[in-house]
Ligand binder design. Structure first.
Ligand code: IMP
Length: 184
């Protein structure tokens, strides 16, 4: 039996409160999967997750698709162990797939400044894919600094640091089923 999650998570002197409950997340992920299924019918997309944060969203999303797809991952590092972005992106794992003439769907846990996803999109576009679209579970519109078209957005959230459902604080709390925001 899995542990029941509380509505407050204590991390040292800080407290995180529930922002998105797991039921709400699951419902929204199914809706996004439905739209993706319709838009990629007959196209055999390559769904590319950005590690580490996207692993749970990516898994729930692809389980709810009713089309065939291929899966690959990029691994990036930008936050380190901090709560604010370092402003630098380092590539830690490149793609294995040949993306020439393929339809790509990039899957992110959260778009904050947009730096990571812009960086990846630029790399992919230099290899002549048929299309590159973006799906993110969360978007912080107030912190977005890069001009991006994001086709699939789960939730727009305020500019608060969040953990859970793949998102970490110093590599921990990724396994929470709901999403929690730092109390202000
Ligand atoms: P961006 O490059 O500024 O858009 O940041 C994107 C990446 O930063 C995400 O993939 C996350 O790994 C991390 N990130 C951004 N906001 C948060 C947050 O509130 N909690 C945990 N990680 C975050």
């Amino acid at each position: 039996m899995r542990q029941t999650e509380t509505s407050i998570i204590k991390v040292g002197n800080e407290e995180f409160e529930i922002l998105l409950h797991e039921n709400e997340i699951q419902k929204r992920v199914k809706e996004l999967a439905q739209k993706i299924t319709e838009n990629y019918h007959g196209k055999l997309p390559i769904i590319i997750g950005i590690l580490n944060g996207s692993f749970i969203f990516m898994s729930d999303l692809v389980k709810n698709l009713s089309i065939q797809c291929e899966i690959d991952f990029f691994k990036l590092s930008s936050y380190g162990d901090e709560k604010i972005s370092s402003g630098k992106v380092t590539m830690l794992k490149e793609l294995n797939a040949d993306i020439n003439d393929r339809n790509i769907l990039l899957v992110e846990d959260i778009v904050d400044t947009g730096l990571s996803i812009s960086y990846i999109k630029n790399i992919l576009e230099s290899s002549n894919p048929a299309s590159v679209k973006i799906a993110t579970l969360l978007l912080k519109p107030e912190s977005l600094k890069h001009n991006l078209d994001i086709e699939y957005i789960g939730f727009e959230i305020p500019n608060r640091f969040v953990i859970g459902y793949g998102l970490d604080y110093a590599q921990k709390y990724r396994n929470l089923r709901s999403i929690y925001a730092l109390k202000q």
